[in-house]
Design a binder for this molecule. Structure first.
Ligand code: SAM
Length: 299
């Protein structure tokens, strides 16, 4: 869509190499690596991300890290409302000018890791049927942002995110392999994950040192396992992966304390789980059984 003269701030899609270069030059913008600033310049990838979010006029999109707005403008065309949270203050006036034609976009200056997202969603998406997070996440903060989105129990339909390829493997890994870890367990506890597409580094400006993937998490209405004490469940999961080469019994000893090391072996055994196994072989159901038994014993 062309919104103005060729050299106006609103000429053509933002997410192309030429237009991005023009915008960067026009505003004298300098990229900050430490903020994970790699902007998408490929129309096909942008389209795949937006399609995966299955938006519509009654739905909202929460974007984390809009950059100069390549994804934001496409979300604006597909959703009823878009709220985009950007940490870099220098980008706010640029976004406001470039996205000015899209009346359904709100730019929020802030840190997605610190904002009260539950409140933000309640206040800014009131009246809409569903909200999804759709974002090309900054690499340095991918895991903490994902964990916050999951653990804050936000009322989301889905989370569609571009992440480093290795993180995508971890998010979607089944038990038993080297990619399976506490992130895989948390993702499966809250959502059903799938890889949408792989994305080469060349579609970003500047190109990062790694390849990426788009992952879609369809949020569950309730977890697939019954857990008595969620905080304890996640402590057990973290403990089981703390030292990957150690056995479950050894890692549980680290969690319970040396004085309870016998129990650390007996507890899994009492549930038919071999204490000599490694954490990376345990299923969600086995982690839940362990945590529930521990919760029972701790009263
Ligand atoms: N969405 C744009 C795109 O796809 O071209 C930019 C994506 S870039 C990978 C990540 C963006 O997140 C940058 O604009 C960066 O300034 C912003 N950012 C980094 N840390 C953030 C945080 N904690 N909260 C909100 N935005 C953040």
């Amino acid at each position: 869509m062309t919104n103005g003269l060729p050299d106006s701030p609103n000429a053509g899609d933002i997410g192309t190499p030429k237009r991005t270069r023009e915008i960067v030059a026009r505003y004298g913008f300098t990229f900050r690596k430490r903020l994970g600033q790699n902007f998408l310049v490929d129309g096909n990838v942008l389209r795949r991300i937006v399609e995966a979010a299955e938006l519509g006029p009654a739905k909202g999109a929460l974007e984390i890290g809009p950059g100069i707005g390549a994804l934001t403008e496409r979300l604006a065309r597909a959703a009823g409302k878009v709220v985009a949270i950007e940490l870099d203050r220098r980008l706010i006036p640029i976004l406001e000018e470039l996205l000015e034609p899209h009346r359904n976009v709100e730019i929020v200056h802030g840190d997605a890791l610190k904002l009260d997202l539950k409140r933000l969603i309640a206040e800014r998406f009131a009246g809409l049927d569903q909200v999804s997070v759709v974002a090309n996440l900054p690499y340095y903060a991918t895991t903490p942002i994902l964990m916050k989105l999951l653990e804050d129990r936000l009322p989301l339909e889905s989370i569609v995110v571009m992440v480093q390829k290795e993180v995508a493997w971890r998010m979607t890994a089944p038990p038993g392999g080297k990619d399976y870890g506490s992130l895989s367990v948390a993702v499966r506890y809250f959502a059903e994950p799938e890889i949408v597409c792989l994305v080469p580094r060349g579609v970003f400006v500047p190109p990062p040192n790694v390849d990426s993937a788009v992952v879609r998490l369809k949020m569950r209405e309730r977890p697939p396992v019954d857990v008595r004490d969620e905080a304890l469940f996640f402590r057990v999961v973290h403990a089981a992966f703390a030292q990957r080469r150690k056995t479950l019994a050894n890692n549980l000893t680290a969690l319970l304390g040396r004085e309870r090391r016998r129990e650390a072996a007996e507890l899994p055994a009492s549930l038919g789980i071999d204490p000599g196994r490694r954490g990376e072989t345990l299923t969600l159901e086995e982690f839940a059984a362990l945590a529930n038994e521990l919760a029972l014993r701790q009263g």
